[in-house]
Design a protein around this ligand. Structure first.
Ligand code: GMT
Length: 380
């Protein structure tokens, strides 16, 4: 198939999933065209069958906000027409689903029928999409997509609860490339971070409020009070200055290392003993899955789709959002019990294997086939 993928090119999980899916599809012989405003972060090497189309916007003094939606629509029209695409797959509803709908209508006037699939990722429904400023457009574009997928059952249910949806939504869970995310031998690295043999706890996110990064620091403070340990804060975002102040206030700065946005996250996970993800809301929790693939048990909240990824008492532990006491208690208990920790590490890997890209990609391919055939039948 000749597939166009629209996504955010940034570090967020939706862009990562879109890019890894595109790379996997290209390896399977499909032609994949990424259409976005910057080279996606994970699209960092040449691959046969992958094409990148950059959306450039024209600045004009009248525009306080450059109309990206219009520029993206025009680009989609152009790419679909000249690259003869069979299908558009847009990740994150805002604004991509509405833009794809518009491009489809324009192309229809020229006799070109292009179906599009919208994949819902989380905040496009929960935090942002349900806002008055976006809701009617999100609802309309979900209902008018040729196919809709959600990355967890919880997100599917939330979409149905939030909007008036008469379209079908298929859950296709997020996935992981186990060839990349695996426990690597990085003992020398571990010694450099924790020379006295202390434990390494990690957290990866965009440091936004929804991730409750304060809780990460407070849980760590409690762990550190019992067990010598270092916290690796991987990623960056608006809460970082506040976190640094909090660490100073709690007097734990020397054991918290801010590593910024890292490409080789798997190398940091390889030396981690525990992963913390106490998010307020999380449609899936790709970062937790990446940790589990590297045999790192996860202590998380039980928000959203996290229970579909992390299994309480097996691959880690969960507690209610904000319950830092329980999350710290579970962490200490696990780190103090080597035998249990070993079992949890293996359980985490087994669970990650369920989400192997090799198992999930065929679901997308089958879904593409279904949507394209249905659209063809409707066009005649
Ligand atoms: O976090 C966001 O605001 C958007 C989005 C992203 O691009 O990272 O994250 C969501 O999509 C990921 C990939 O499907 C999921 O793993 C995250 O759980 C989800 N984030 C939230 O629901 C907060």
């Amino acid at each position: 198939m000749n597939i166009g993928i629209v996504c955010y090119p940034t570090y967020g999980g939706s862009g990562v999933i879109a890019t890894e899916l595109g790379k996997g599809l290209a390896q399977n012989g499909h032609k994949v065209h990424f259409i976005t405003y910057r080279q996606p972060t994970r699209l960092n090497s040449f691959q046969q069958n992958i094409f990148y189309h950059e959306v450039s916007t024209n600045d004009y003094p009248l525009f306080e906000y450059t109309p990206y939606d219009t520029a993206l629509t025009s680009k989609l029209v152009d790419v679909v027409k000249y690259e003869k695409l069979d299908l558009l797959h847009v990740h994150y509803a805002i604004p991509h689903a509405a833009v794809a709908y518009m491009a489809k209508q324009i192309l229809k006037t020229e006799g070109i029928h292009i179906p599009f699939i919208t994949t819902l990722h989380g905040t496009d429904i929960t935090l942002v999409g349900n806002h008055k400023a976006f809701a009617p457009v999100v609802e309309f574009s979900i209902n008018n997509s040729d196919g809709v997928t959600a990355v967890s059952n919880d997100l599917k249910q939330r979409t149905l609860d939030t909007f008036s949806i008469h379209n079908e939504i298929e859950t296709i869970h997020n996935f992981i490339d186990l060839d990349r995310f695996q426990k690597l031998n990085k003992d020398h690295f571990k010694k450099a971070i924790a020379p006295d043999g202390g434990r390494i706890i990690s957290h990866v996110s965009n440091f936004r409020k929804v991730k409750r990064v304060d809780d990460v620091i407070r849980i760590f403070q409690k762990i550190r009070a019992e067990i010598p340990s270092t916290l690796l804060m991987i990623g960056d975002g608006p809460e970082r200055p506040h976190l640094e102040s909090l660490c100073r206030e709690l007097g734990i700065c020397e054991d918290v290392r801010y590593l910024g946005k890292q490409d080789a996250v798997e190398e940091l996970l390889a030396v981690s003993d525990l992963f913390l993800l106490p998010s307020e809301s999380e449609s899936f929790g790709l970062a937790a899955l990446e940790a589990m693939a590297c045999e790192v048990p996860v202590i998380s909240s039980n928000a959203g789709g996290l229970p579909e990824v992390n299994t309480h008492g097996t691959t880690g532990y969960m507690a209610d959002v904000g319950d830092i006491e329980s999350m710290a208690k579970f962490s200490i208990e696990l780190l103090n019990d080597d035998a249990k920790h070993q079992v949890f590490k293996q359980n985490a890997l087994r669970q990650a294997e369920r989400f192997d890209i090799k198992n999930i990609m065929p679901k997308y391919e089958a879904y593409y086939q279904k949507v394209v055939e249905r659209a063809k039948a409707q066009a005649v």
